[in-house]
Design a protein around this ligand. Structure first.
Ligand SMILES: [Zn+2]
Length: 475
């Protein structure tokens, strides 16, 4: 303790007498305390932290300001608690300095522990001003800081956090799906925060998220909206029934079903049923269903196409353009002449059928249509004309024996087997020729009259084009 008057701060500072400056912090004169605190600030000595923190409770506001200034110059995890306490000071000056220190300094402190402690403490005191900086912290490079920021946003309860959290969760889920790498802790925290925040007050925020560029964000927003009980929600979900993303259309429709919404028999209803891919009910909503059915048609799977087709037929629709939709429409009805009449746009449609239709008869017809368009293919039929002729015989008049005799003669003429070399024929159970048996008893598939496609190993697998039976395992 100084014996002769107050301590000389300038002198202590010049001598870098940290102990002396710390002692001066407890001198009774506020101006001395302030000078000592100001001198200790730039030094950043860890020993000074506790005595400076003590001054946060000093009755003189000027002293408290100086203490907060000195602590904030230092940063690091040890100053978090005193600065957070200063955030609730009765003096606006103290609060301002503390806020600056926390939001500009501690939340970007190089020490992740300091950042995490700050973010956590802000949630604990439910600091309303902290929402914006906390939203920034949900993108912190450190996972534990991100989780803490998300939890604090949930405990503050401001719906301004809803959209950023939805975006964050959508990105995290997208990352998990595409790279398999994501932060489960962050995902869980964001999900729980949204559980807390997504109430009636969050409707506007979620509506804003519905306009986001990323479909993942829109999808999450729709799902969260659907859980809120409010008449406003139904109207908002309705507006998403014609979103560009089919996933969102479906989520919106499911959400509407969940909130007990009843689809009207008009354009909105048509969109609703189309989103759920219930094409019959879609058509029941009248002519406004047509563009939806037409749009869904080319991208649908073969079986679904039949449903869409039936729905279009029930509405009296026929294609007016010579485009891929028209080609698909006619091909689905096995109207090959009209399909060929479409011309070039029919080629990819026919190639799709030729390459993957489970019904091999359809593949034969589609291959013939391609040939008629000058686009002959070497697969899946090595010799399409032989297949067509053999199917023609089976489809024609006569008994099974007569047909077998006709086919036997035809195949001999085409050199598919040699009766003169004592070869014989064997047949598919449907009566279609499949195998030649050589004089030595060896069996060979008559591959020129069968359909083929590569199996899992890339080797050709053979099929009866009449009955779809696999002919590869047992010749
Ligand atoms: Zn067969």
């Amino acid at each position: 303790m100084p014996l002769f008057g107050p301590p000389n701060i300038a002198q202590l500072e010049a001598k870098r007498d940290i102990q002396g400056l710390i002692k001066a912090l407890s001198y009774k004169d506020p101006s001395v305390k302030i000078a000592a605190a100001d001198a200790l600030g730039p030094v950043g000595d860890p020993m000074a932290v506790e005595p400076l923190a003590e001054l946060i409770r000093d009755q003189d506001a000027g002293v408290r300001r100086a203490a907060v200034r000195a602590l904030s110059a230092r940063g690091g995890v040890r100053v978090v608690e005193p600065l957070i306490a200063a955030l609730q000071d009765s003096d606006p000056g103290v609060r301002d300095i503390a806020a600056q220190a926390i939001y500009r300094r501690l939340m970007t402190d190089p020490d992740q522990d300091a950042r995490r402690e700050t973010v956590t403490a802000l949630g604990r005191i439910k600091a309303a001003d902290a929402v914006e900086p906390l939203i920034k912290s949900i993108a912190d490079p450190d996972e534990t800081v991100r989780v803490a920021a998300v939890r604090s946003l949930a405990s503050i309860g401001d719906v301004a956090a809803v959209t950023p959290l939805v975006v964050m969760l959508a990105r995290e889920q997208y990352r998990a799906k595409t790279t398999g790498r994501s932060s489960l802790a962050v995902e869980r925290a964001a999900g729980q925060a949204l559980d807390v925040l997504c109430n009636e007050n969050a409707i506007d925020a979620l509506q804003a998220a519905l306009g986001h560029d990323d479909s993942e964000v829109r999808e999450l927003a729709v799902k969260r909206l659907a859980r809120i009980e409010s008449p406003l929600v139904a109207r908002m979900l309705e507006s998403r029934l014609n979103d560009e993303s089919p996933i969102i259309r479906r989520s919106a429709a499911r959400g509407l079903a969940e909130v007990g919404w009843k689809p009207p028999a008009d354009e909105t209803g048509a969109h609703y049923w189309a989103a759920l891919r219930d094409w019959r009910r879609c058509a029941e909503c009248g002519p406004s269903a047509v563009p939806l059915l037409v749009a869904a048609f080319p991208r649908a799977q073969a079986l679904e196409r039949l449903d869409i087709l039936a729905a279009l037929v029930s509405l009296g629709w026929e294609p007016t353009e010579q485009d891929a939709t028209a080609a698909t429409y006619w091909a689905t009805q096995s109207n090959w002449d009209k399909c060929v009449a479409v011309g070039a746009p029919a080629v990819p449609v026919l190639d799709g059928i030729v390459g993957s239709d489970p019904r091999w008869r359809e593949r034969v017809e589609a291959a013939a249509a391609l040939k008629a368009l000058g686009e002959e293919r070497t697969a899946p039929f090595a010799r399409l004309e032989l297949v067509q002729h053999a199917l023609g015989v089976l489809d024609g008049e006569g008994t099974d024996e007569e047909k077998r005799a006709l086919l036997t003669t035809f195949l001999a003429e085409e050199h598919q087997y040699e009766p003169s070399a004592k070869q014989k024929l064997d047949w598919c159970q449907c009566g279609y020729p499949s195998t030649r048996i050589r004089k030595d008893g060896r069996r060979e598939l008559i591959t020129d009259v069968l359909g083929f496609e590569p199996d899992a190993s890339g080797a050709p697998a053979y099929f009866c084009p009449n009955c779809n039976a696999s002919r590869s395992a047992t010749a």
